[in-house]
Design a protein around this ligand. Structure first.
Ligand code: UDP
Ligand code: MG
Length: 318
């Protein structure tokens, strides 16, 4: 914590999972842009349990360049855990989280430091174009944002990505206050307040390799996000109850008025029973999902486990 130094430090956090083919290009491009900045920088690569040669590339880079720091996880903990670890270990006056596949273009970094210099504390990077995402990914992504914005009190920026930057104060808030096990990091970035701004960028095609997010992973992620940021699904039980009470009333009035013979009505009973039970089980299932999240939070297992680090002077306490 040297106040005397003039130059500010930018921490660039890069999550890496099986990015062997993309890493050399990323390092080259990012270092080029970063050395031209009038900020000092540290490049923190978080190796999220890669099974390919990513770690050995990172080791070589960290031996050559002391500004390259590596956090090596004991196994794969997921992209968000990697970003959180990077935030935890970063020392910068500004912290940028970005992907290793060059989809988040390093050319944006000068614009980000400019925003910091103008006093902005939270910078959301919004995609204007996503070269790689297919039609299905784009449609489901916009449907997801529409849904979450409709049922949550928080407003989520559609197309906000995992590319974002926070200053020291905002980073400290993320480190200390947003430690949920089931989480949506870019959601927190949007709700913590501070002086915010948005920059747009064109997502490039992946430099190499494949996306690690399958549609199934994205679905689980979306469901968890909804459960984390909205209690609305819990209220479905009340709405379903009111709806069935009204339906029951209508059936009662109808039965009293027509006084049909008791034996007929088998179909009605079967249909009603199936419908009611389906509603009941869905509601129980939703409650179960919330309980599962409570259980996960209660167990309080670590968000990530670090096996070892390179060039990291200060070890994180906790
Ligand atoms: N990633 C990670 N852990 C994972 C999956 C992905 O650290 O379990 C990293 C990955 O290496 C990349 C970033 O997170 O730098 C984004 O992943 P990807 O490019 O596969 O996602 P997409 O851009 O397709 O949404
Ligand atoms: Mg990507």
């Amino acid at each position: 914590m040297q106040e005397a130094e003039q130059e500010k430090l930018l921490s660039v956090v890069v999550s890496v999972y099986n990015e062997e083919p993309a890493l050399p290009d990323f390092y080259r491009e990012a270092s080029q842009v970063l050395t031209d900045l009038d900020w000092e920088y540290e490049l923190i690569f978080v190796n999220d349990g890669s099974q390919d040669g990513s770690l050995s590339i990172l080791e070589q880079l960290s031996q050559r360049d002391s500004r390259v720091k590596v956090i090596n996880f004991s196994r794969n903990f997921g992209h968000e855990a990697a970003m959180i670890a990077g935030l935890d270990y970063s020392q910068g006056d500004g912290v940028v989280c970005m992907d290793a596949d060059l989809q988040h273009p390093p050319e944006c970094l000068p614009k980000i430091t400019e925003c910091f210099e103008q006093g902005y504390q939270v910078i959301n990077m919004v995609r204007t174009k996503n070269e790689d995402a297919g039609l299905i990914k784009n449609i489901t992504s916009s449907a997801f944002y529409r849904l979450i914005n409709a049922i949550s009190d928080v407003h989520f920026e559609p197309n906000a990505s995992d590319f974002f930057a926070v200053d020291k104060a905002a980073a400290q808030v993320l480190r200390t206050c947003c430690r949920e096990k089931v989480r949506f990091l870019r959601g927190y970035v949007q709700i913590i307040g501070f002086r915010k701004t948005t920059l747009s960028y064109e997502a490039r095609a992946r430099a190499a390799g494949k996306s690690k997010y399958s549609l199934k992973k994205l679905l689980v992620f979306s469901v968890n996000t909804i459960l984390c940021f909205s209690n609305m699904p819990l209220k479905l039980g009340i709405y379903a109850g009111m709806f069935s009470a009204l339906m029951g009333l209508a059936v009662m009035v109808y039965t009293l008025l027509t006084r049909k013979g008791a034996p007929s009505g088998y179909a009605t009973i079967v249909v009603l029973m199936c419908f009611m039970f389906a509603m009941l089980f869905v509601v129980i299932g939703i409650i179960g999902e919330y309980i599962a999240i409570l259980f996960t939070e209660l167990k309080d297992r670590p968000v990530y486990i670090v096996s070892d680090t390179r060039n990291m002077i200060q070890k994180k306490e906790n």
